[in-house]
Design a protein around this ligand. Structure first.
Ligand code: SME
Length: 162
């Protein structure tokens, strides 16, 4: 059984170094995409403070994301590329950090409690396969350290699963 270890929150960069190590251990030896996405969601949701949603959307066709494994409240299943924060991250091919979801035009509210959001694309050989999406009920919950930390987790997930 994989045992998660509590990580000190004081130094965010160190927090993400340790979270990356735990994810590497958690996914080691497993290549099933759904299993790895499910465990990555569970690890983020358990270890990161002040989240109300953590999970995956996968591109099932070139113009639509479909809900993948997640932790949190039930969510919208399909998001068109270019729509919402997730679809915009895919269209732009870059991470999007939203300090106030109410100020993001076209934000799709799955949980009315969400106030800030971080979406990181999953890239493999230059192709976007989906996104990791994190929501928080706290305004401005995410910063550049969170973005870099989750981008590193996305790379570990991709390397383990594809
Ligand atoms: N807020 C997202 C939709 C997904 S939920 O947050 C889980 C968006 O605007 O794309």
């Amino acid at each position: 059984m994989f045992q998660t270890a509590k990580i000190d929150q004081a130094d965010k960069k160190e927090f993400y170094r340790e979270l990356a190590q735990q994810l590497t251990g958690l996914l080691h030896g497993e290549r099933d995409v759904i299993a790895n996405a499910a465990n990555t969601s569970a690890l983020m949701f358990e270890m990161m403070p002040e989240l109300n949603w953590a999970g995956f959307y996968f591109l099932k066709s070139k113009d639509e994301l479909v809900l993948g494994p997640f932790q949190g409240r039930t969510a919208c299943v399909r998001i068109a590329v270019g729509r919402g924060v997730c679809g915009t991250a895919v269209a732009k091919g870059q991470s999007i950090l939203v300090e106030d979801v109410h100020a993001f035009p076209g934000h799709i509210a799955c949980d009315a409690a969400s106030r800030s959001e971080l979406v990181v694309p999953l890239s493999h050989n230059g192709e976007i396969l989906g996104v990791i999406d994190l929501d928080s009920p706290i305004p401005s919950r995410f910063d550049a350290d969170d973005q870099a930390g989750i981008e590193a987790l996305a790379d570990i997930f991709i390397a383990a699963s594809y």
